[in-house]
Design a binder for this molecule. Structure first.
Ligand SMILES: Cc1ncc(C[n+]2csc(CCOP(=O)(O)OP(=O)(O)O)c2C)c(N)n1
Length: 670
């Protein structure tokens, strides 16, 4: 049977449809989204919730002349389907396919790239101002969820929107959910506006009633506080926004195409900033997603009939091992507090949250606030653990520096999703954290080689008493057996895992592949000692310099032993990263006959090399005069990464075992 959707190529096509046909189209779009996401994974619940809203927007506005900016952008699937990407949608989030977020390179209908929350209002205001400066005439629509509205950048934008009063339309998609239920006073306020309300039409009637109220009615009505509240809600809804200078309309039934089209037509005519508060249901049309919107916020492949996940991993994820470690620590020490920025489940903190609700804080999508809040707690004697994905902590760079590190406060940062992040594309890669934390005073940075070491590092970080970060990747580790209890991790000490002639220092997730690659290389005569760095800061300088100065052909390893005679590391504060002045070894390590350097140091990390771990080792060698060491840093280049599975992206950048073997062989051939 042919579908209405088959006749839709571009937004203009839907304007030929009746309201009844639009509802039919909405059903077909939901089926399309469900089918694709069940195979490819994706943001199901958010997308099912906004089908009518997106249809109504495209029905009333004229994209790409009118501009839509999607906050976070995880809810843009219907928009993509309606804007020439219906077929491409089958390749959603796949390597070589289309992104799950707006992408300017993909379509002229995607006017602004997003992925991180709370940016749409600022970007929309920027476009509105630009439009007026150019004397052009088009509409800008910022589409923002109630969760994302709580982010600092969104609130800063509201401040300026109310001040400038540019013509700008804000569609507030209220579904009472962030990933988990929305939290905070603003969320409560939005719920309050919706509670007990009849949707727009009835409210409008109430408005006209207000106009007809006799003046003497007011004092009487105001007499009772409950009644006053009722009046505010009924006759002056959205007073908060109105007083900021933003016209408020709502609440609107966000699945009623008739109401949405009517109200968007109205908004289009309004000459100033206007907010339309729409109420939608997350997961609409698919029972499992309606019942479990959190589980289906970002889902992996699943069985449509049952809603059951098709991933059956027996090995615990890094996130759950981290959550368990914080839980264990919290059990022993009541000063341990856990903080998340709207990612309770994702960061594995749900167990802690359930058991110790008074010591758990979901601050909303507010990473900057989360860090300063933690600093306040730490300055007052507590031991906060702030769990934020590597990519989202970028938001709080200054807070980590200014509030935590400069004051040397004992805040533990858990950087989940550090490294290559699958499926979500460039905005979600966790590759910059070593570079953005390495130059922070007092901060140490750890990266575990496996789950067991992660637990040990969480405990070490809590014991440390200064700023400490632990970075670990998305998904599962190698699945090692866990020790009975947490073990000590000496600060700044690496671990030798394999003997060899030259030095191969691997960080975190790259330790296991480095070991495998070294075994393979050994067969071809390249002998590498493999060291688990454990720390990106402080480096195990003693180990690295001992090797670098060990003399020509110095052997490294347990069996062959270390030549301590050639070590002269000077004194160094492990947290400041400042070297007190190490003199170059008199032994240059240069082959007397050929003049070629005979020592090799190779580093590998799942992160950008620029400013990262490899750069740190190179700086160490350079500042200590080890110019004779041949050096290779393997890691990620500074560029925009494609979307795909971790293995696919690692393949491109030689971060898998065959890639490492190839790179190192090529290096030795030089
Ligand atoms: C800065 C930042 N922090 C965290 C996230 C992770 N995240 C993606 S969507 C989302 C919830 C968004 O909630 P809302 O805006 O209400 O949209 P809904 O999914 O409910 O439609 C979160 C926390 C993010 N994308 N950006």
């Amino acid at each position: 049977m042919s579908r209405l959707l088959d006749s839709i190529c571009l937004p203009g096509d839907i304007r030929k449809l009746s309201i009844k046909e639009l509802y039919h189209l909405a059903t077909e779009i939901r089926a399309e989204i469900l089918d694709t996401v069940s195979k490819n994974g994706g943001h199901l619940a958010s997308n099912l919730g906004v089908v009518e809203l997106t249809l109504a927007l495209h029905y009333v506005f004229d994209s790409p002349r009118d501009k839509f900016i999607w906050d976070v952008g995880h809810q843009c699937y219907t928009h993509k389907i309606l804007t020439g990407r219906k077929k491409a949608f089958r390749g959603l989030r796949m390597f070589g396919g289309i992104l799950g977020f707006p992408c300017r390179e993909e379509s002229e209908h995607d006017v602004y790239n997003t992925g991180h929350a709370s940016t749409a209002l600022s970007a929309a205001l920027g476009m509105a101002v630009a439009r007026d400066k150019k004397h052009e005439d088009w509409n800008v629509v910022a589409f923002v969820g109630d969760g994302s509205l709580t982010g600092g950048a969104a609130l800063e934008a509201l401040n300026q929107i109310g001040h400038l009063r540019e013509k700008l339309i804000i569609v507030l998609n209220f579904n009472e959910m962030s990933i988990s239920p929305s939290v905070g006073a603003i969320s409560k306020y939005l719920s309050y506006l919706v509670s007990g309300q009849h949707y727009l039409k009835i409210k409008d009637q109430a408005k006209s009633l207000l106009k007809g109220l006799p003046k003497i009615g007011w004092p009487l009505i105001k007499a009772a506080r409950g009644v006053e509240e009722l009046i505010k809600k009924t006759f002056f809804p959205g007073l908060f926004f109105e007083e900021l200078g933003i016209r408020y309309i709502g609440p609107v039934q966000g699945h009623s195409l008739g109401s949405l089209i009517e109200v968007f037509e109205l908004a289009k005519k309004y000459d100033g900033p206007i907010m339309i508060h729409c109420v939608t249901q997350k997961g609409r049309g698919y029972a499992p997603a309606q019942s479990y919107p959190e589980r289906f916020h970002g889902a992996g492949p699943f069985d449509i009939a049952t809603g059951e996940s098709l991933n059956h991993d027996a090995v615990a994820s890094y996130s759950s091992v981290f959550g368990e470690a914080v839980f264990e620590a919290g059990k022993k020490d009541a000063k341990v507090l856990a903080i998340t920025a709207a990612m309770t489940e994702g960061t594995g903190l749900h167990k802690f949250a359930e058991k110790y609700p008074e010591r758990f804080f979901d601050v909303g999508i507010a990473e900057q606030h989360a860090v300063i809040f933690a600093a306040g707690l730490a300055a007052s004697g507590f031991k906060p653990v702030v769990a934020i994905y590597s990519t989202f902590l970028q938001r709080a760079y200054d807070q980590v520096y200014h509030d935590v590190c400069l004051q040397d406060l004992p805040v533990v940062f858990a950087l989940d999703r550090a490294g290559i992040v699958p499926d979500d594309g460039p905005t979600h890669q966790g590759i910059n954290d070593i570079a953005y934390l390495r130059h922070m005073p007092n901060m140490i940075i750890m990266a575990p080689k496996d789950e067991n070491e992660l637990r040990n590092m969480v405990h070490a970080a809590l014991k440390y008493g200064h700023p400490a970060a632990v970075r670990f990747p998305k998904g599962r580790g190698p699945g090692v057996a866990m020790d009975e209890g947490a073990r000590e991790v000496p600060i700044g000490k690496s671990e030798l895992l394999k003997d060899g002639k030259d030095l191969f220092v691997a960080l975190g997730s790259m330790v296991t592949p480095a070991l495998e690659a070294a075994e393979e290389l050994e067969k071809g005569g390249i002998s590498l000692a493999v060291v688990n760095a454990r720390f990106a800061k402080p480096l195990d300088e003693e180990m690295i310099l001992r090797f670098a100065r060990g003399g020509a052909g110095a052997a490294v390893g347990v069996a062959t032993g270390w030549t301590s005679a050639s070590i002269s590391t000077g004194s160094r504060d492990p947290r400041s990263g400042i070297d007190s002045g190490v003199r170059p070894s008199p032994d240059t390590g240069v082959d007397a006959k050929t003049g070629a350097a005979t020592r090799v140091v190779i580093t590998v990390e799942e992160g950008v090399v620029a400013g990262g771990f490899g750069s740190a080792v190179r700086e160490l060698l350079d500042t200590n005069g080890c110019f004779d060491v041949r050096f290779l840093a393997i890691g990620l280049p500074v560029e925009i990464y494609p979307c795909g599975k971790v293995e696919q992206i690692k393949r491109i950048y030689d971060l898998d075992v065959p890639g490492l073997v190839e790179r190192i062989r090529a290096f030795y051939r030089l």
